[in-house]
Design a protein around this ligand. Sequence first.
Ligand code: PGA
Length: 247
Amino acid sequence: MKKLIAGNWKMNGSLAMVAELTQAVVSKAQELDDVCDFLLCPPAVYIRDVTRFAQSSAVQVGGQDCSCEESGAYTGEVSAAMLRDTGCDYVILGHSERREHHKETSALVAAKAEQALRHNLTPIICIGESENERTRGKEKTVVGQQIDESLPAALSENIVIAYEPVWAIGTGKSATPDDIADMHQFIREKLQEKLADSAMIRILYGGSVKPGNATELFSVPDVDGALIGGASLKADQFLAIGAAVKD
Ligand code: PGA
């Protein structure tokens, strides 16, 4: 399966940075097109700029969140239809920062995923345990429950799962290849239980992915790409992670 290299810019960037970063990624992405797909997820206000720079390239664009509602009196929200309208193909949902700071529940994430699918967006559904949960040996219980509750009711193979252990995000502490292999296999089995046709669902790893650990990461079975925060803000690092797919 072709790997998905997804950049989650979070609340970072400026118009100047959007232009520079997107153009740099676009100009290199073609060379790596046979091994990976690149996806950029900028803050919502910059989506239109990124889609313009990425036009007629293989680079795809995604949102970082969407509303579970269709439209209406929801101040500050961005709808799935709007993301589609401005050129998005994907939307990140249920990132641990949204679960933590915005108290998003798995049920809400599932409702958002339904809405994304309704508007032809591929939801990237984020799951992952906290440090405390892993220390207590509860990581599979937590991740299993998140899968049970965060997936859209009308499940299709048009979703992506991002396994991001919360303690590995932005900390420089990536999970070990063995831990990642074990969890991705568990996630793959859970998906198979729910959907006969689940073999094509990509399972990404996220959490301190860098050029220095990307080669090892991509050699782990069932790692179908990466969701990258910090290193996606530097074109050379982001592209080096993509190039590591070939190693
Ligand atoms: P990080 O973030 O690569 O900076 O650890 C990953 C994420 O939050 O998706």
